[in-house]
Design a protein around this ligand. Structure first.
Ligand SMILES: Nc1ncnc2c1ncn2[C@@H]1O[C@H](COP(=O)(O)OP(=O)(O)OP(=O)(O)O)[C@@H](O)[C@H]1O
Ligand SMILES: [Mg+2]
Length: 350
């Protein structure tokens, strides 16, 4: 019995087909060329020009998560150098690598001053192969400012043979002297049309069957973060495989994303408007026990109050301030139960 189990297991894990199937869809559908990048028209147009002129400035990509920054520079590198030459022409460092000042002094500087490797004849025929290397510093906002300062000189000294591409979510965390050495590209959260097209493409490729409003629900939840959207789609597809259901439904997606159901939200709003503190305490106890996340409630309460015309502007202002305050406290790691209680009681007193 054990033998059978072992054999079975080995076969499954080892098979190539299986590894292909279990690949996260975000990686499987990572854009391979600049043309596949959705929605970032400005950045893509400018970068495509550099493909023809082979003249590339230092670059700074910034914008929210899951909008295509890393994908864009990888696609650009591939189109400039081709898959083979890319190995010797690109140095990619991200937040998982040590990037203190010593690394900048050693690894980055050493790579930056290397002369460029010769492209093969084949590469030269198929790719522009410009005479420089690219150093990609992904998640550059997590580099210490000392390390960033140490880059300044390196960027200038070796600009003959090396270009830098800094990528970050928070552009304000990049020190000014570095930012001013780069062409800046802002990556926007994906707009609904582009994001739906891309999601629909992935869903079709993976033969996911879904009800009409599912893609819209996924987009609402992921707010322009395509990585989150694709991951959600994959989880939902996996789930109906297990449950044997025919279609992915909006309900499935909401549950997977931890969205608080409408009836519970309605209940919270009702308790708040009744202004009975004991009632609120009791309900928050019950609510926390059932495991809903505080952050999700804050988001949804915000949407509810702000978009509801029954409330006047002064009320909305006050409620926003309270929600904002609680959100800040929660991100600092305070007790969720207490914060929720405080939040609801405070709103009830507005
Ligand atoms: N503009 C886009 N066009 C097509 N696919 C995209 C786009 N943006 C994101 N994606 C999808 O989301 C995944 C993650 O994108 P990517 O790694 O480029 O995001 P990022 O902007 O670097 O995010 P982070 O700031 O979190 O590093 C990609 O593999 C791809 O599947
Ligand atoms: Mg990235």
């Amino acid at each position: 019995m054990f033998e059978g189990f072992g054999r079975n297991k080995r076969r499954k894990v080892g098979s190539e087909e299986d590894s292909h199937q279990s690949k996260p869809w975000v990686e499987k559908y990572r854009p391979k060329q600049l043309d596949d990048i959705a929605a970032q028209g400005h950045a893509v147009t400018v970068l495509k020009k550099t493909l023809q002129s082979a003249n590339l400035p230092h670059m700074l990509f910034y914008g929210p998560p899951g909008t295509g920054k890393t994908s864009t520079i990888l696609a650009l590198a591939k189109e400039l150098f081709g898959p083979e030459l890319m190995k010797s022409r690109i140095l990619e460092l991200n937040a998982s690598d040590e990037r203190g000042i010593s690394i900048v002094r050693e690894k980055v500087k050493n790579f930056a001053r290397l002369t460029v490797s010769k492209p093969s004849k084949n590469d030269l025929e198929n790719y522009p192969c410009p005479p420089y290397k690219i150093i990609i510093l992904d998640e550059a906002d997590s580099m210490t400012s000392d390390a960033q300062s140490a880059l300044r000189r390196t960027m200038e000294t070796y600009s003959g043979v090396t270009r830098f591409c800094l990528i970050c979510n928070y552009v304000t965390r990049i020190i000014d002297p570095l930012a001013s050495r780069c062409s800046k590209f802002r990556f926007k959260p994906l707009d609904a049309t582009n994001a739906i097209d891309r999601l629909r493409y992935v869903a079709t490729e993976e033969s996911v069957s879904y009800e009409d409003d599912v893609l819209k629900t996924i987009l609402d939840i992921s707010a322009g973060d395509l990585r989150r959207a694709i991951t959600l789609l994959q989880s939902a597809a996996k789930r109906i495989q297990y449950t044997g259901a025919e279609n992915v439904t909006s309900q499935n997606v909401k549950e997977l994303a931890g969205v608080v159901p409408d009836d519970i939200l309605k209940m919270i709003v009702e308790k708040v408007s009744n202004k009975n503190v004991n009632d609120i305490i009791e309900y928050v106890n019950e609510f926390t026990k059932s495991g809903w996340s505080g952050a999700a409630v804050i988001d949804q309460l915000h949407d509810y109050y702000i978009s509801n015309d029954e409330y006047d502007t002064a009320f909305k202002n006050n409620v926003s301030m309270i929600l904002f305050d609680t959100d800040a406290k929660l991100s600092n790691g305070t007790n969720e139960h207490l914060q929720l209680l405080n939040l609801l009681v405070k709103i009830s007193q507005v």
